[in-house]
Design a protein around this ligand. Structure first.
Ligand SMILES: Nc1ncnc2c1ncn2[C@@H]1O[C@H](COP(=O)(O)OP(=O)(O)OP(=O)(O)O)[C@@H](O)[C@H]1O
Ligand SMILES: [Mg+2]
Length: 431
């Protein structure tokens, strides 16, 4: 039985067809503290080496059937044995082709009759080289493994810091949009308040004036002299009083409708500015789409028609400001995808099934190629010109949807258009 210490003792395989020589060499090496095995043919050497690979071969050159060179070639062709050093044993007076020995993979030569110290020196030198090679290889493997782990760590850290940056940018973008929206809403809120209320009062006044004019006309100004009656009618006609009164009423009504729209925009902006609200609310996805539409409408109205096909007004528990931001990002992208060559069309849809609410934004724009589609949700990925896109819109959208435990999907045909569909879980009844 070999004990643990013996396992570290170098193992040498001697191949010599003259048993006396092989035995002598084996004894010399054993006395020196090595494990030495001897075999008498190339075929046996191959078998023994494959069974228990040695640390070094000592090969006689001249052997019947398979000489030392041939055997060495076979050893070097075997992946299990190719790294093991081979020292050739030659007879002193024989002419030996040393170049041939090195060419087939040998590392050194010793000569018979053996000079003890020379054999030891050569064997030890090559065993040492071999052991250094092994340690080098082990260290190289450890280094590679360490490098691999280091690369993974660096990658992880980069991802973490990118995620952090993205979150900060997203929050900053939301916050700055929110502040802007809140500021604008605040500035407009007051004046639109009194404009609306003044217009309502003016509408009442006008109705009274119209009524007064009607009474005057019906009275026929009976008590007045005919010349005065005539002059009143003439002035009334030349000043187009009837027309003015009619137009005045219509203008005030129109202005009231306009003021109503401004009031709605202000309300939407206020909602939008609450994008970071911590509390979730039960809100219909369609109202988030409408808020986004109100904000984007100004940019889109000249380049596209917008159609709403809402089949579901289901409410879901969500952060309405964030979802409005998401739809705004989709709408802006849809608008930017449209070509100047054909009339743009954007369609907003909503529907639901038992478990989820869906909403989609479709355009008939440039579409997205397969290659680009794989990367559109990556932060900072953009195909737009410098200054036009930061490549954050869809990554923010993705982030918002993930926070809502939903999914965002895209279907697209190059030059045919794209549809982005959002899927969110419905509110579950409390059990
Ligand atoms: N509706 C769409 N039609 C065609 N391509 C689209 C559409 N939506 C997104 N893309 C593609 O996906 C890319 C990433 O979109 P994303 O909104 O993230 O960034 P962006 O629009 O380039 O910049 P940002 O939104 O930050 O201003 C776009 O550059 C574009 O190539
Ligand atoms: Mg975008």
């Amino acid at each position: 039985m070999t004990d643990a210490l013996e396992e570290n003792v170098p193992n040498i395989l001697i191949v010599d067809d003259t048993p006396a020589n092989a035995l002598l060499l084996a004894r010399m090496l054993t006395l020196r503290g090595y494990h030495a095995r001897a075999v008498h043919s190339g075929a046996l050497a191959l078998q023994a080496a494959r069974l228990e690979p040695p640390d070094l071969f000592l090969l006689d050159i001249k052997m019947p059937e398979m000489d030392g060179y041939e055997l060495c070639e076979l050893l070097k062709a075997d992946p299990l044995l190719e790294e093991i050093p081979v020292i050739f044993v030659s007879v002193l007076n024989e002419t030996v082709d040393k170049v041939q020995g090195f060419r087939v993979g040998g590392v050194d030569f010793v000569t018979k009759p053996f000079q003890l110290e020379e054999v030891y020196a050569r064997v030890e030198a090559h065993l040492r080289i071999r052991s250094l090679q092994r340690r080098l290889l082990e260290q190289q493997m450890k280094l590679q493994e360490f490098n691999g782990r280091l690369e993974e760590r660096v990658e992880e850290e980069i991802c973490k810091s990118r995620d952090k940056d993205l979150l900060v940018m997203r929050q900053e973008k939301l916050a700055s949009l929110g502040q802007l929206a809140a500021g604008v809403a605040h500035e407009i809120n007051n004046p639109i308040g009194y404009i609306s209320s003044n217009l309502s009062v003016l509408a009442e006044y006008f109705e009274q004036i119209v009524e007064y004019d009607r009474i005057c006309q019906e009275s026929g100004f009976g008590g007045l002299a005919p010349s005065i009656r005539e002059s009143i009618t003439k002035s009334r006609n030349s000043l187009r009083v009837e027309e003015l009164l009619e137009d005045g009423v219509a203008l005030i009504r129109e202005s009231l409708v306009g003021a109503g729209r401004v009031t709605k925009i202000v309300r939407d902006l206020k909602n939008f500015s609450r994008a970071d609200a911590v509390e979730s609310e039960a809100v219909a996805l369609t109202s988030c789409m409408d808020i986004a539409l109100t904000i984007a409408h100004n940019e889109l109205k000249y380049i596209t028609t917008i159609r709403k096909e809402y089949e579901s007004g289901e409410e879901i528990l969500c952060h309405p400001g964030q979802l409005s931001q998401l739809f705004l990002n989709l709408l802006v992208n849809a608008g930017q995808s449209l070509s100047a060559l054909k009339m743009g069309e954007i369609v907003l849809r909503s529907w639901h099934d038992d478990r989820c609410v869906f909403a989609s934004v479709s355009d008939n724009g440039c579409g997205i190629s397969e290659e680009v589609r794989e990367r559109i949700f990556d932060p900072f990925f953009t195909t737009k010109d410098v200054g036009k896109g930061t490549g954050l819109g869809l990554s923010i959208a993705y982030d918002i949807i993930s926070r809502h435990k939903g999914e965002i999907m895209v279907e697209s045909v190059v030059d045919g258009g794209s549809t982005f569909t959002v899927k969110l879980p419905r509110i579950r009844e409390a059990v």
